[in-house]
Design a protein around this ligand. Sequence first.
Ligand code: NI
Length: 150
Amino acid sequence: MAVRKIVKMGDELLRKKCKKVTVFDEKLGELLDDMKETMYEFDGMGLAAPQVGVLKRVVVMEVNNMFFELINPEIIASEGEDLEQEACLSCGKIREYVKRPKKVTVKAQDRFGYEFVLTGEKWLARCICHELDHLDGVLFVDRAEKRDKK
Ligand code: NI
């Protein structure tokens, strides 16, 4: 395992649409292991592959002491609304309030290609939405709540 370099905001790599994973091989396993180590190293809640410069639909997350790997994730249901401050390992010290669903259900594959369904509420739902956005070139700052200007 190795800690990879994190791509920072301003880099075009973070603005690309990532490709679906079609090969579930050792290289994918290595990417996932490195992403996990990188996320822990920088104390993140989640990390998407484009944040380490790989334009594939791969995400790792750790929420409430549970670790998740999502390959080719797709949100299949969402409900409610929740407003909290978010941050991102690619965006330095920026924190912004972002509106997200309170509950989401995501369909994804594991590192061996097996499909599963995961439902998350509150921070897990938020983390899923934030990381999935990365796969389509969207950053949380794009969704930040507009503050009133006086
Ligand atoms: Ni992020």
